[in-house]
Design a protein around this ligand. Sequence first.
Ligand code: WT7
Length: 660
Amino acid sequence: MTETIASLLQEGRIYNPPEELVENSNVKKFMDKHGIKTYEELLERAKDIEWFWNEMVKEVGIEWYKEPEKTLEWNPPYVKWFIGAEYNIVNDALDRQARLRKNKVAYIWEGEPGDIRKITYGELHREVNRFANALREFGVERGDRVTIWLPMIPELPIAMLACAKIGAIHSVVFSGFSEKALLDRILDAEAKILITADGFYRGGNVIELKNRADGVLNDAPSIEKVIVYERCNVPTNMKEGRDYWWQDVVRNQPKECETEVMDANDILFILYTSGTTGKPKGVIHAHGGYAVGVAATLKLIFDLKEDDIWWCSADIGWITGHSYIVYGPLILGTTSVMYEGSPTYPKPDRWWEMIEKYAVTVFYTAPTAIRMFMRLGEEWPQKHDLSTLRLLGTVGEPINPEAWIWYYKYIGNEKCQIMDTWWQTETGMQLMSPLPITPLKPGSATKPFPGVEADVYDPDGNSLSKKNAGGFLVLTKPWPAMLRGLWRAEERYINTYWSTYKDIYFTGDAARIDEDGYFWIQGRLDDVLNVSGHRIGNSEVESALVSHPAVSEAAVVGKPHEIKGESIVAFVVLRSGISPDGKLMDSLKEHVAKEIGKIARPDEIYFVSDLPKTRSGKIMRRVCRSVMLGKDPGDISTLANPEAVEVVKEAAKFGGVTSK
Ligand code: WT7
């Protein structure tokens, strides 16, 4: 296997899309309709972004309650799309679907133990309505925040849609996060209601949620009610007058519920993501533009048609799930597969077995998962008939050509175009990706989606396009699913995205553009780690470490990791009088897992007596990272304590505990 992959890589060839895919593609149909002959011409025409996005509105069948008066209002850094439109995304994602596709399956859901639920659009509509009525009865109103801490069960999309239906703002917290992370997000959003479950199945175990949430709810005064879905029958404490079983609150609710008429620019949800400080950022998305953006990308990139079976393997707790398990597919009336548990439970072929069983046609996953499966061996996918697959996709981080080729060969049987989609929590929708008509280069997300304008800048704001020179990836025009701000953090919004270049969105990624105009994303520029395709702020992990009574200071850096992309390495200074040992090391790792979630658990901890700092006291992570990787630390003339470099060097060399 290794040999073939190596030779395929050496070729460096361009992978042209299969003719059949091109001919029958949604994008080709769109081009024909407008007399557009080539990919280049499509990109050129779409530079008239108002024209293009209005066409997309029609393409995905958006149904406004009241038509917009104007397409775009761009007062950087603030954007409004479809101004004056009365709208609710739930009308397109659900109400319209229940009329058109009442008996079509919306979700084929599989629990980890093997239980299966197939939910039609008619049933989904009814369940959302009943739950929305229950929320209204609990006093939830337009603009109220509802925090959702649910696993991958159908009640998660149901809860999100129910909130949106009545104009409430949902804030979903990934079920793999800790209760401490949950609390931070509840407090920041001042949520009135928490929706959770007793627990869920993962890797053959029950992971409890509600009992763990109880540990922090006393510190969350905004929470008036807690609604708990019973999934695993775990004994659960219920506080009288505050906690209610989901199954009880929906029981006598009517099957109809009026959808709240919103403004197209009203807030749909908040989703927290990591930044360069310890506090997560509450990214805000709005009903109208977001609906158009997610549905249009899914239709043109992943080419979804009426009879496709779509599976996006992400967790709904991340933006990928919000956009491409919940809102995008529902607006297109798609049948989606949804899975609760671990990809390798009970055996490493669980995913491939499900693709065969449900005849999945389009599959979207992350490079980290592909690398894991690559390591487990192709004999697992080879046990199954994956011939229904016609398109594949990836997201989360740059995909290394080796993993790309493996995916192409062993999952796609060398006949599926691979969509390497670049985007962010903030962008809401895929912004860069091949289309079914785009020739591929493994490792490149190819070109911006039509109507999206990206570039690579040098520090002074000069465009470096088409020179193969590395620079900062920027977006020079607004797009419909663009974030509308950060929840109650306007200054941070401006500083993070709009202060590097005037009126230009700063992505935080490094990239280069090659001679064919293809973009190559090189990773983050800021102090943010990418672990298994998810952003984790270095400082978030550091503040978790420092919150442990034994720790006085910490510096967290990323180290290249074969499967996870990056692994987390922490340099820790202990409080005086505390001596390092293996037990403490384990308890610090556990502490971080408890504070943030297992995904942030450091892989390695080095105890040091000092950390390199600037004269103003700022810890120099850059220096720690270089030293750890055995590289030259670079310019250390600004350090207040250059001798600390030696300390870090020695720790990294001998591992774990140093004598100094
Ligand atoms: C960051 C955004 C969008 C959902 C998943 C992550 C990196 C994402 C790619 C890709 C290279 C990628 C970037 C980006 N990234 N997709 N196809 N190629 N890098 O969302 O947590 O908001 O992270 O993920 O660095 O800025 P997120």
